[in-house]
Design a protein around this ligand. Sequence first.
Ligand SMILES: [Zn+2]
Length: 154
Amino acid sequence: MVTIIATTYFTNRVVITHPISLSRAIDLMGHRSAIIPPDAGLVEVHSPSQVVLVPDQIIFNVDGAFVPKVAQPTKRGVYNRDHGICAYCGKWVTFTDASIDHIVPQAHGGPTEWENLVNACRTCNQRKADRTPAQARMPLRFQPFTPKVRLRPD
Ligand SMILES: [Zn+2]
């Protein structure tokens, strides 16, 4: 059972968050004030003729009300951004086997920000431990970036 969470931001920063049905989510995705947050997970919906990907979170920005531009990094967000690929060995890992690696370790003052976080398999994460990629001789295969909230075109 999949739960899709809709968050509606109204002016005056009133925020309403509630679960919605899959069919409602598919309808709402076409709405011009719908925003898919970058850390949303994707749900595959199979119909007889096609497969539709529906985000498990939808944000509605009513009347241009306040909406956070950049979501806080989460394990799911980093995993999705990096397409489940380990930044060190390049292998794809399941979400369960994935971990978040601080490129500059927290022990060395590395921040918990999108650009200091990559998806890593457990083996690489344990091998790298509290070292930088240079110290561990484990170069990054790609540069992490801060995802932007995708606004649907009008
Ligand atoms: Zn790896």
